[in-house]
Design a protein around this ligand. Sequence first.
Ligand code: NAD
Ligand code: USQ
Length: 411
Amino acid sequence: MKIGVLGGDGYCGWATALYLSQKGHSVAIVDSYVRRHWDHELGVQTLTPIQPLPERLAAWEQLTGKRIEVFSGDITEYDFLASFLESFRPDAVVHFAEQRSAPYSMIDRKHAVFTQVNNVVGTLNLLFALREILPSCHLVKLGTMGEYGTPNIDIEEGYIAIEHNGRKDVLPFPKQPGSFYHLSKVHDSHNIMFTCRVWGLRATDLNQGVVYGTLTSEVERDEALINRFDYDEVFGTVLNRFCAQAAIGHPLTVYGKGGQTRGYLDIRDTVRCIEIACLNPAAPGEFRVFNQFTEQFTVLELAQTVQAAARKLDLSVKIDHLPDPRVEAEEHYYNARHSKLIDLGLQPHLLSESLLDSLINVALKYRDRINPALFLPQVNWRSARNERRAARDARLEGAAASASSLRDRQS
Ligand code: NAD
Ligand code: USQ
């Protein structure tokens, strides 16, 4: 197949682009590299020393003889996105190209607005471009399990059968997202569903759980191909963070009681799920939803699992319970269905198989690059403190500027 990977310089996108290329698909990456810019903005860096995209791709081509095309640009710019579709004409477009951190979206007004504009406008542009240029191209869109929140009933795959006042219907499963980022995914899902119904586009929304791990068969082949491993409080996801913490003997940062339950999957299953979705496309007009995760854990269970694995390597780590900076249930019912990808042939990798190789050993290898100051949570959901701090900083800067201009005039 010809497959466009939007966001192919990022964590899931890079592993996916190489996997699809290795499987013989013709792949093009679209990316604006904005994610590398956010690392600079926050003063953080991935634990693993990732190479610039041209160098990564040159290494891949040298190793395998396979060429991956690149379209550098921002998908919120419609003309750029349209020219990519006109030129590459993919059978499927896998859309990873969004701002994906919940804490980033909760820093202040500016970051919330940016997240929603970047994500919602990028996806809307893609929907319009598909309608105009390639209406039969299958959109494989990365959503998130966090769209559903943590309801006190079983979570279905996208839709729920409801009987109300004696009448029945199958309706979208209710959404209760927990951050402005997660909300952006809900807005995307609604826009995609609408355009499948009204324009006959075909789409699969992959409600993915939290991804962990660094290694896939492809990125393991050469140091120049290594993938991201984020461990900072904004972009680091929980299991990656716990493994980086264990590698330097830092206490594991469980937020609150640690009963927060989420679906998780190995990055090796992410790439396989994407291929399964591409090879089995949605029908024209169909908006299909798969819940993409393989196991569910509480945060405390993850911490205890990492602690036990670390002990086998003679690493002693404590578990700390920090006040939860997020507004979320710390103990709750959670049972989410996830059978559609298994029915299509997914054979999950379990956490017990990858914890050491793909996580703790990688963290140990690069432990000298770990900055422990990046472990403590700074972004808080409850207060507008971040906003007030930004306003105060601006006022202080303004006051300093007028004082200096007054001094200049006086001298
Ligand atoms: P990432 O930040 O590592 O990668 C995203 C890539 O998209 C980056 O390379 C970035 O430069 C690019 N990008 C962002 N906005 C863009 C724009 N407007 N135009 C062009 N390029 C743009 O993120 P990731 O962890 O690989 O996540 C990829 C997708 O999967 C996201 O949509 C995310 O919501 C979803 N997802 C991720 C996880 C996870 O645990 N990592 C879990 C569930 C869902
Ligand atoms: N948590 C801790 N300690 C930490 C970090 C996180 O206890 O040091 C807790 C959080 O409070 C939360 C849980 O771990 O309850 C998961 O947090 P996370 O940062 O690993 O994941 P989340 O913010 O949900 O976001 C990540 C990705 C996002 C994706 C989502 C899938 O960044 O792109 O959409 O996972 S899901 O969680 O299913 O919505």
